[in-house]
Design a protein around this ligand. Structure first.
Ligand code: AMP
Length: 118
C-alpha cells in the first residue's frame, strides 16, 4: 500500500485540514511555504496523467474549499501537481500541493536552460 493510502486509512498520522467521502487534505510534512497542504483523492490514482475528468471535477471544488478553510483565498495561492520523474513526483498517488500564506516566488523550476526547446 502506498504512503498516501496509509494516511487515508489513518495508519500513518497526518494533520488533517479537510475530509469528505472522496478527498483528503493534510499538511505537508516538509512545507515549502507558510501554508503547504496536500489534497488527494481517496481512490488510489498514480498521478495527474491518468486521472479522470470526473475526479477532477470534485478535486477542483475540494481545493477551492481548502483555500477558504485556511483563509488564503483572497490573498491568492498556488496549486501544483508534479507528474513523473521530470516533474519531480516522489509519491505515486495523485496529489495537489496547495501553497500560500506569503508572496510566492517563481524560481527554481528547472536547472536547465529554459530556451533550449524554443
Ligand atoms: P511530490 O514530490 O510532488 O511527490 O510530493 C510529495 C510530498 O509529500 C512532499 O512535499 C513531501 O514533503 C510530502 N510528504 C511525504 N511524506 C509525508 C507525510 N507522511 N505526511 C505529509 N506529507 C508528506
Amino acid at each position: 500500500m502506498c504512503l498516501f493510502c496509509k494516511i487515508i486509512k489513518k495508519e500513518i498520522p497526518s494533520e488533517i485540514i479537510l475530509e469528505n467521502e472522496n478527498f483528503l487534505a493534510f499538511h505537508d510534512i516538509n512545507p515549502k511555504a507558510p501554508v503547504h497542504i496536500l489534497a488527494i483523492p481517496k481512490l488510489h490514482i498514480e498521478g495527474f496523467d491518468v486521472v479522470s475528468p470526473e475526479i477532477m471535477v470534485g478535486m477542483t471544488t475540494f481545493i477551492q474549499d481548502i483555500a477558504k478553510e485556511v483563509d488564503i483565498q483572497k490573498a491568492g495561492y498556488r496549486v501544483i501537481t508534479n507528474i513523473g520523474d521530470n516533474g519531480g513526483q516522489e509519491v505515486k498517488h495523485l496529489h495537489f500541493h496547495v501553497l500560500g500564506g506569503a508572496k510566492l516566488k517563481w524560481s527554481h523550476l528547472s536547472d536547465s536552460n529554459p530556451k533550449k526547446f524554443l
